[in-house]
Design a protein around this ligand. Structure first.
Ligand code: FE2
Length: 398
């Protein structure tokens, strides 16, 4: 994210003495990506940011996956994973793994309790807020988040989720093993959003001020790579990680609300890349937002059948009525997984019904991966077993 911000107290010259009113030095920390060769930020801490007093293993639960075999389209009802216990569930430890491969893990949680301090040492997180509100406190300052927000948290950003409403905050969590950023084609060679991009800098919201919290012996959960996949460590820091008095740079957490995404439409059906919002290594994130639909006099507004031979396609339905899936049992909170090597398209009758439509009131977040996805324990726990046969209207003979 090559969009410079400066918050709080920073010295006029980098890497020079920066002192509190008492005369004590602040401790400068550089957070930088790709080995000092990409975006970075300089943060000024009251305490020494690397001072730990304890480290113990944290076993991240529920990381096992099951292959999608026989290879089938799947329908997963994520709302079935949540219940009245949400008040005691936090947005980090309470995540249920739905789908995963070596590039990304997708999980879901409905949370009512503040999470521990946490950071993901494997890659960036893009957390879509399906509903509810929360404050995300980070080492860079706090973000107020609500329905429709994408919350992008760079790798190694220490943070915690604090739900703030009477209803659970429902989060669709995309954990990449790489960096998540706007598509390169939306940006000038120097990093400014171009005129054809469906959103721009004004739509991105970072923290407004540093938190400057005090504390000693503060626990932080860190997710990182282990020899058998995802694992974790529980650290205790001598001073509070949120003791930053100021920072500047181009690396920081931010939000983008899906309602600020301006859809690109055409006379005939536009392909999914026009709906792209972010990219990461071996995956893209797109969104299908309420929009005017195709206006050629003979247009068919729902998609043609398509075989996305190089990717698995994951749609998360989070608002309105998704026209192409009417009659399939899919509704708000559903995921459809359409794997590579398998053709998919509208449900029976949807093509005919869509002719003459002028507007689709639909909202869906799509993740396309370029390596096959496997099912997590959460995905297995909420599957609709009849979905694969929805196009033919009949399943295997019993
Ligand atoms: Fe598709």
């Amino acid at each position: 994210m090559a969009f410079y911000r400066s918050l709080g107290s920073v010295p006029p010259k980098r890497h020079t003495q920066h002192r509190a009113g008492s005369g004590s030095l602040y401790y400068e920390e550089l957070m930088g990506e790709e080995g000092f060769s990409s975006d970075s930020a300089l943060l000024y801490h009251v305490g020494v940011p690397s001072a730990i007093v304890d480290a113990t293993p944290w076993d991240v639960p529920g990381q096992e996956t099951t292959e999608n075999r026989p290879l089938k389209p799947r329908h997963l009802r994520l709302h079935e994973l949540t219940g009245p216990e949400w008040r005691a569930v936090d947005a980090v430890a309470g995540r249920r793994l739905v789908l995963a491969n070596g590039d990304v893990r997708i999980s879901y949680v409905a949370a009512g309790e503040a999470s521990p301090l946490y950071r993901n040492g494997i890659g960036d997180e893009c957390v879509y807020v399906e509903s509810g509100t929360a404050t995300v406190e980070t080492v860079f300052g706090a973000l107020s988040v609500g329905q429709g927000d994408y919350v992008v948290l760079p790798r190694a950003t220490t943070h915690r989720w604090i739900p703030t409403g009477e209803a659970p905050v429902r989060l669709y969590v995309i954990e990449a093993n790489s960096h998540i950023a706007p598509p390169k084609r939306y940006l000038s060679r120097y990093g400014q959003f171009l005129e054809h991009a469906p959103y721009c800098e004004r739509d991105l919201h970072g923290p407004a001020e540093p938190l400057v919290l005090e504390g000693t012996d503060v626990e932080v959960l860190v997710k990182h790579r282990g020899s058998r996949g995802v694992t974790g460590t529980r650290y205790v820091y001598a001073t509070h990680p949120f003791d930053v008095v100021g920072w500047d740079g181009c690396l920081y957490p931010y939000t983008l609300n899906v309602a600020d995404y301006e859809p690109i439409t055409g006379r005939v059906h536009q392909p999914p890349p026009v709906h792209q919002v972010f990219e990461a290594h071996n995956l893209v994130i797109c969104n299908f937002v309420p929009r005017k639909v195709d206006y050629h006099p003979l247009s068919i507004p729902v998609p043609y059948y398509h075989s996305n031979v190089d990717s698995d396609e994951v749609m998360f339905y989070c608002g309105g009525n998704y026209e192409a899936r009417r009659g399939s049992g899919i509704g708000p909170g559903s995921i459809s997984l359409h794997p590579g090597g398998h053709s998919h398209g509208p449900q029976p009758g949807a093509v005919e019904r869509s002719i003459g439509a002028e507007f689709f009131d639909e909202l869906a977040v799509m993740v396309d991966t370029f390596r096959p996805l496997e099912l997590g324990e959460g995905g297995l726990a909420c599957e609709d077993p009849g979905y694969a046969w929805a196009w033919s209207g009949r399943g295997p003979a019993t």
